[in-house]
Design a protein around this ligand. Sequence first.
Ligand code: HEM
Length: 401
Amino acid sequence: MTTATLVFDPFSEDFFNGPYETYRRMREEAPVYYNAQYDFYALTRHEDVAAAYKDFETFSSARGVDLSMVRKGEVTEHGSIIVMDPPNHRHMRSLLNKVFTPRAIQSQQPMVSALIDRYLSAVNPDGFDMVQDFSALFPVEVITTMQGVPAEDSQRVRLWIDDLLHRESGEVEMSEAGLKSAIDMAIYYYKLVNARRAELGDDLLSKLITSEIERADGAMAPLSTIEITEFATLLGGAGAETVTKLLGNAVVVFGRNPDQWQRLLDDRGKIPFAVEELLRYEAPAQYNVRCSLREVTLHGVTIPAGKPVFLVGGSANRDPAAWTDPDTFDIDRDRTEAQNLGLGYGIHSCLGAALARMESAIALEKMLDFMPRFEVDWSGCRRVNMQNVAGWSNVPVRVLR
Ligand code: HEM
């Protein structure tokens, strides 16, 4: 019997369709995997991925967090926090931590709840698409409402982001359409930030306009319009696409594990644990890419300096060395066994974690009321083809009465 060659291609159907078997082989056969086609390395074991997330001095974010950016090897002089190393990252994060306070997030609860009610009450229980009719629509509106984007523009923001993350099989770079959407979105936010400068409100953009950040020379200075624009566009991708994916995944995973849905129906107190287990079992953000700043030798393999390194949290979260029965979806599992990497780890760990958890928990609570029993039309389920994020674009559902 011959064993198939081990190939991890994050731009392939295997990846888009859920690469858990590939991850298993990588952890066992090639814990420091090298892809010669694209010239990148990948870490998949929990211990290695968690350590690399923490070691920002070796695994830098400043050259980007996707393959297309990192392989260009340029330090991105951008205002986008996710592509910064310390000290710039530390300065930006401490500014944003003042804006994303637990109280500020908590105060969004009525808005989030009302948006979820509005979208869920509009679907037809006898046949609707969980993603297209519900989970794609409200998370972007949560972010854009917080930002102070006019309500009529929020779905445009979502379509722009969908375009710029989309990749056909074999496509590493953004398509023409993706590039056009990225530019249109940047121009849109740039104009909006400038307009907001003239008329400040109680929204996120206004707070960023009036905030000051520590610069390299130690002096405090306001953020530029470009810096605010870059952060605003990042939030759309980081905050909206991911919650959309988590909830699409939720319906598929609970559809396959109805006993777990029943446990939630029996005890709503378990909803926060279900959110954590979804983040572990089917991570909406499967990986983040880093650039090695120095040569590293791990498990007998030397990663040269200057190479893209995939930190595959989606695999680490299924590592049997970290979790008991990792391929079993169990909302009652012992969450203290290992660090869940679903929201990242280390200095770049998710800034919006509290908001993500709140949105997901409220949505699950309302879904339990709306669809205590449901049926998924498996033949109609479709995956997204995107970089970094994984999940479903279509999940047709019928509520059973
Ligand atoms: C289920 C939903 C979410 C998931 C799975 C998720 C996942 C992640 C992950 C894995 C990272 C680490 C990136 C890295 O290390 O390079 C991250 C960072 C980030 N997330 Fe989230 N996220 C979610 C929701 C949100 C929301 C709602 C927001 C918006 C408020 C948000 C904003 C951010 C930002 C700004 C960063 C960059 C933080 C930094 O670089 O310091 N995320 N997220």
